[in-house]
Every structure is written in structure tokens, then in C-alpha cells.
Design a protein around this ligand. Structure first.
Ligand code: BES
Ligand code: MN
Ligand code: MN
Length: 462
């Protein structure tokens, strides 16, 4: 056992207990009822960075939730790693579907986590993964193994679109100057198949409202004679996909990159079992765009999904009514080269154009962001790859993810640096879902892997 492994072993109980304390604070950024708790979480992160050895920590006020900044600069001539993560979490609902309360973390064994997993909202996304970095820093500073400069930037609005961070970055370019941005907010293929995320999808999120008559109507007296906004909305939504499950918005695919045969062949090497996939989700069959594999559909292809739809009477029993209004929230996952603002406009134009005259349609854009692809011929990628090789004993495979971290494209635009995504979660960790969890093994393996990244990145930068 080397120094790093024995440090982790000696302190692992405390590492877990600290994470559990962090997970107990319900930092739900989407719901203003949790404002106090989100702010408490920011303080927790600030204190933890101080204790882990940052020379300077700062709670940076923004128009929204604060950004926690910390740094340890050992020598201006050495490279600087900027760590990004988020301390906010998704809402926990539907609460009924949790087997234990979302903000009372418990450790339980699962088939994929025989050494136990911590169950709590934010366990994997992103408190657990963010806190690995704090503990890796602690190890490096306490044992004299920090080889370069490090900066931390931990935000509290990632789950609601990172608006304040987008405001903060262009105003703090010098403070945030770095040689590479390091993030653990993604996943890997499996515990015995480490991978490095090389792609994130972009996002355009919109809300639509369809209005018919000026009030809810008796569905017998008026039914058949006036437009029913719910009927119309569902018909409009259904028309957004064709028989091949391609999106029908004119121009939607114009800038979608054609991924090369070679890259597709690489992607096909990622271990995948259709049977396991169906079994894990309890679905009889898969579904999606014709001509693409499951792995391609959820990473290199754009999508359009309704995230929520409402209107009319949904209470107990029956009420014969034609609602005046119907609503839906729609997300589009985009791939590199698709511009999210252009796509949002294309959606708006198209959606308004297909509405019958009998209703009015309103499209309200929410938030969005560009996709991202990390090159694999950089020092950062090579250093990350070697770090996994050292701690896992296996070369990680590059993997494009279907998720989005829109702020990554803005980092590159303003700070001119590349991001490396070293995620340690599994797709099955149920992020955003009830019973979110993060493997104890994954947490500790992350803490073990990260210091190697610093070491190799510094060595390779010379
Ligand atoms: N950490 C996730 C993104 C993620 C998860 C990327 C797993 C790749 C693999 C992040 O917190 C997230 O949930 N992002 C949102 C977008 C945001 C604008 C709300 C998403 O992808 O839905
Ligand atoms: Mn996240
Ligand atoms: Mn998330």
C-alpha cells in the first residue's frame, strides 16, 4: 500500500462522515423554500476548503447563490488546475418513491455496489463527486504532495442553469486563470471499466402554453365546437417526431455533425448489453431514432422530450371540462455545432407555425447551453488516462455522454482552457431520480485517482 492508499484507509471513516454531513443539508436550488439551506451548504463548502489546505477562500456574491472560491498557489511558474463542481442538488420529489428520506443519508449494499453506496439526494450529483476533490486536496496538502497550483470554483445553481456563474466568469477572468479545468460531475461505464467523458450534449429548454377559450367550458355544451387546448397541444407535440423518430423542426439537423465511422466503431466497443439495459429499466423494448444504436441515440444524436405536461382537471373523479389552457415543458438535447439559441428560435418559429388559428401559442425559452467535445490528444487527457491506469489498473475508454453541463462551453469561451471530465458515478446511480446513490468504493477510488492527475499533468506540462 502506498502513502496515498494508506492515507485514504486511515481517514476513510471521516471522509464518509463529512460527506454525510454535507448531504444532510437540502440545497435544492430550484425551490426558494430551501434558500437558507442552499446558503448553509455554501458555508460548509467554504469551511471544508479552508480545512483542506486552501490559503485563500472566498464566498463570492452574485445576483443569485454565491460561488465558493478557494486556492492554493504554491509557485506561479507551475501549472494551475481549476476544479469546478456544484453544491446544489435537484429537488427530491417524488418523495414517496424513496426507500429512505433523501436528506438522511444511509449506506446500503446494492448489486453494483457490494461495498455499499450512500443513498441521498446529491450523493453522486454532485456533492459526493465534488467532495472527492476536497479530500484529494486535503491529502495533497497534508502530505506535501501537491505538485502544482489549484483553484476551486463551486457553484450553487448548476441544476437551474448556472446563470450566476455565467455572470461571474467574464468578470473574474484573471482570478480564474488556469491551465486546465477539472470536473467530476459525469459518470463512467462500470467500476471495472473506467472511462473519461469526452462529450456533453447541449441543451435548449422551453415552456409552451396553448390558450383556447377565455375560460374553462362545459365539455358537453361546447365540446366539438371549439378548440380544446389539450387536444391541440398533444397533437402538436406528437407531430414533432416523424415515423423514424426524427425531429420534424425544419433546419433542426442542419449543423449536426456526422460522427465518423471510426469513432462509431470505437463507441461500439463500449461494453453494452441490451438485455441488461431493458431489465434495469423494466422495459419490453427500446425506442428511438431509426438507424442508430442505443449508445449513439443517447450521446451523439440530438433529441426532443416533453418533461412535463399539464392542464385541465387532474383531481379525483371526473369533471367534464374543456380547459382554457394547456402547458408543456420541453427539452432538446443538442450535439456539438448545433447552436442552442438558433435551435430555440427554430423551435419557436415552427411551433407557432403549426398551431391552428383557433388557439394562441406562446413559447417561452428557459435556459440552455452549447455541447462540448474534449480532444483526446491533449496533455490533460493523457494525464487523466494515466491517472486511471494507475489507480484502476486499466486504461480508461473515451465515452461521449448524453448529459449536459452547459457552463463548460462558456469556460472555454472566456477562460480559453479545456475541460477534462473525470466522472466516477454510474448511470444506474439514479441521479435526478428517487434513491440517488454513490458507491463508497467509487467515492474513495475518486479520491485516490485525482492526485495522480495533478502529478501527471504537472510532469507532462514541463
Ligand atoms: N451532472 C449533471 C450532468 C451529467 C450527468 C452529465 C451525468 C453527464 C453524465 C448535471 O448536474 C445536470 O444534471 N445537468 C443538467 C443540465 C442543467 C442545465 C440543468 C442536465 O443534463 O439535465
Ligand atoms: Mn451535476
Ligand atoms: Mn444534475
Amino acid at each position: 500500500m502506498n502513502t496515498l492508499q494508506s492515507y485514504i484507509k486511515t481517514h476513510q471513516k471521516r471522509f464518509l462522515n463529512e460527506l454525510i454531513a454535507l448531504l444532510k443539508i437540502p440545497s435544492v436550488s430550484a425551490d426558494t423554500a430551501y434558500k437558507k439551506e442552499v446558503l448553509l451548504t455554501a458555508d460548509f463548502v467554504l469551511e471544508s476548503l479552508k480545512k483542506a489546505g486552501c490559503d485563500h477562500v472566498e464566498l463570492c456574491e452574485t445576483p443569485g447563490y454565491p460561488i465558493i472560491y478557494g486556492e492554493k498557489i504554491i509557485d506561479k511558474k507551475l501549472p494551475t488546475v481549476l476544479v469546478y463542481g456544484h453544491y446544489d442538488v435537484q429537488p427530491a420529489d417524488p418523495i414517496d418513491l424513496w426507500n429512505s428520506p433523501p436528506f438522511e443519508p444511509v449506506i446500503k449494499k446494492t448489486a453494483l455496489h457490494p461495498e455499499g453506496a450512500i443513498f441521498a439526494r446529491g450523493a453522486c450529483d454532485d456533492k459526493g463527486q465534488m467532495y472527492m476533490h476536497v479530500k484529494a486536496l486535503e491529502y495533497m496538502t497534508k502530505t506535501g504532495n501537491l505538485p502544482c497550483n489549484v483553484k476551486f470554483m463551486i457553484e450553487g445553481e448548476e441544476e437551474v442553469g448556472s446563470e450566476s456563474l455565467a455572470w461571474f466568469i467574464p468578470r473574474n477572468k484573471e482570478k480564474l486563470a488556469n491551465d486546465v479545468i477539472l470536473i467530476s460531475d459525469t459518470g463512467m461505464v462500470a467500476n471495472d471499466t473506467p472511462s473519461i467523458t469526452t462529450g456533453l450534449r447541449g441543451l435548449s429548454y422551453v415552456e409552451v402554453a396553448v390558450t383556447g377559450p377565455n375560460r374553462d367550458l362545459h365539455s358537453g355544451l361546447y365540446g366539438g365546437a371549439v378548440a380544446n387546448p389539450i387536444n391541440i397541444l398533444t397533437k402538436m407535440i406528437a407531430s414533432l417526431h416523424d415515423e423514424n423518430n426524427q425531429i420534424t423542426i425544419p433546419g433542426f439537423y442542419d449543423r449536426v455533425e456526422n460522427v465518423s465511422k471510426e469513432e462509431k466503431a470505437e463507441m461500439a466497443k463500449i461494453p453494452f448489453s441490451l438485455d441488461h439495459y431493458k431489465e434495469a429499466l423494466n422495459i419490453k423494448d427500446i425506442y428511438g431514432e431509426k438507424g442508430f444504436t442505443t449508445n449513439e441515440r443517447n450521446s451523439i444524436r440530438p433529441t426532443l422530450d416533453v418533461n412535463g405536461i399539464w392542464g385541465g382537471y387532474t383531481g379525483e373523479g371526473a369533471k367534464t371540462v374543456i380547459a382554457s389552457k394547456a402547458f408543456a415543458k420541453i427539452s432538446m438535447r443538442l450535439v456539438p455545432n448545433q447552436d442552442w439559441k438558433t435551435i430555440t428560435q427554430l423551435f419557436k418559429n415552427h411551433f407557432e407555425s403549426i398551431a391552428p388559428k383557433a388557439v394562441t401559442v406562446e413559447v417561452t425559452p428557459h435556459h440552455g447551453g452549447q455541447g462540448y467535445v474534449t480532444p483526446i490528444d491533449t496533455i490533460a487527457y493523457k494525464a487523466a488516462s494515466k491517472a486511471y491506469e494507475t489507480s484502476f489498473g486499466k486504461t480508461p475508454i473515451p465515452q461521449r455522454s448524453g448529459g449536459s453541463i452547459p457552463i463548460v462551453a462558456l469556460f472555454e469561451e472566456h477562460l480559453k482552457s479545456k475541460t477534462i471530465l473525470m466522472g466516477f458515478g454510474l448511470d444506474s446511480d439514479a441521479i435526478h431520480s428517487p434513491n440517488e446513490h454513490f458507491g463508497v468504493w467509487n467515492y474513495l477510488k475518486g479520491i485516490e485517482t485525482l492526485p495522480y492527475f495533478y502529478q501527471y499533468f504537472t510532469e507532462m506540462s514541463k
